[in-house]
Design a protein around this ligand. Sequence first.
Ligand code: DCP
Ligand code: MG
Length: 596
Amino acid sequence: MIKLLKRMDKLSYLLIIVVIGLVILQVYSDLELPTRLTNILTNASLAEAAKAQGFLTDELKTTYQNAILRNGLEMFGFAGISLVSSIVVCFLAARIAAKFSYNLREEVYTHIQKFSISEIDKFSTASLITRTTNDITQVQMVVIMTLRMAIAAPTMAILGIIKAGRIESTANLSLIVVIAVIALVTLVISIFLIVLPKFKKIQELTDRLNLVTRENLTGIRVVRANCAQEYQEKKFDEVNRTVSKTHIFVNRMLNLMNPGMMLIMNGTSLAILWVGAYIINEKPEFLGSVFGFQQITMMIVIAFMQLIMIFIMVPRGLVSARRVREVLDVKPSLSNPANPVSPTEEIKGTVEYEDVSFSYPNSNENVLDHISFKVKQGDTVAIIGSTGSGKTSLINLLPRFFDVTEGKVLVDGINVKDYDMAILREKIAFIAQKALLFKGTVRSNLAYGKENATEAEMKEALKLSMAEDFILNHPDGLDQGVAQGGSNFSGGQKQRLSIARALIKKPEIIVFDDSFSALDFKTDKILRDNLKKLEYNPTKIIVAQRIGTIMDADLILVLEKGKIVGAGTHKELIHNCEVYQEIAYSQLSKEEIDNA
Ligand code: DCP
Ligand code: MG
């Protein structure tokens, strides 16, 4: 928490000092009230006594009256100061906490942007979302509360006790306060011991409840298709039951607490008045002291109640603070080099893998094994292989979604690790295996490829990617809405839109990860012909499952279990690569193969 608090801005530090000052002023003013009350009552009772004994002269009467008036006005003044400072404290606390959580949220967000895919997977997307939103809000609440109460309550308790000790009365009253304070402290400690672990548990259970709910909702189709509703329901019910049980327990404890506090508070009040009555009976001039004392005692008791609230709330916030810290403490495994190399203008679009091996961070088994190949500008290289053979892993290394474990990946003759990442990724258009669109319009989605693309550029890209018929011929055209994840488009339409988004960038290198899989053969063919006609002649890396899609590539790599088991053109491979032959025979007719 403290480490997180270092993220406050300078103004906030200044405001915190102001808040502390105001809080102390408020406590001081509050504590002045009982003293004035004492004075007023004392003066009144002295006047009463003088009148009863018959020596209340006019002069004496005016003195008493003036004293009462002066104390009354002072009371009014202190109450005003207390009111104003407490309002200002509330405003400032809200401002400080909101600004703090704004900064923190921004920092967490920017930090997560630097994460590689493996770090995102480590936390899971759901958890990262909760940590950026819910957990930071929890921390914000604690900051507000701390500012408003954590300073006021102990100050009030300590100063109150000192002040109460100073009021002229007998030791009996002070003894009552001591007993009350001991009772309260016992209460605080027992709450601390009983309820605190439960609060930690509630946070964890809430996490789990989120997870189960989220999983069920995102996977609703799978759940329904498998008739797994009952199983899911049981899973949910289990967590839900535990959460509610814990809540019930905690609430019962807290509800016991309230009457307990009230009992102590009113009991103390009653005891003071009771003992006070005897005192006043003997010495009527102590009337004021007794009432002032009773008031201060109430303030002390309330301060202790606030302390208890803090004891309950702060640990909850600490749990959240720790979760936020965990995110910020992760050092992103991918970072820009200290002195990035600038690429030369002459070489464009060459790709070279030099003895590349790769294993995912959470395992030590190589997914890619000593891969080497080279592509010239404008060439088409195709990668084929059974599912799980490492195709996606191979191309993920190019834009540095992951870093190689061994070997080198070179783009335009420079190691990708030596590039400024933004410059590297500017060179490459990457069409992922799972076509993803963002909520908005077709226009806003294409703008991801090129921020200030003109209408003509967009139309051209859509034409090239064969997306013309369902976008440009649609009445809404480029302004056609896109639902979250692009769910209002078919699989093949989504693929074509993401190809358009890549083409609009006019990159040096285009990577297609199985991006033609959902296209019909005719569209697939025309699209590939269009790609050949691009006048800026990008290098194309195509991952595909269909032989037809890759037959005319300049170089075909056959991947099996992370190894290249064949490399060459279709003609070469069909004669000398067994794995390729198997794939070809399963897809093409004898004539087609013989023609090759
Ligand atoms: N793998 C992993 N961790 C990941 C992703 C994949 O351990 N985050 C493993 C699963 C596979 C292997 O790596 O055994 C290769 O996965 P790829 O995604 O590279 O496989 P392909 O792209 O070739 O398969 P597909 O054709 O199904 O897309
Ligand atoms: Mg894949």
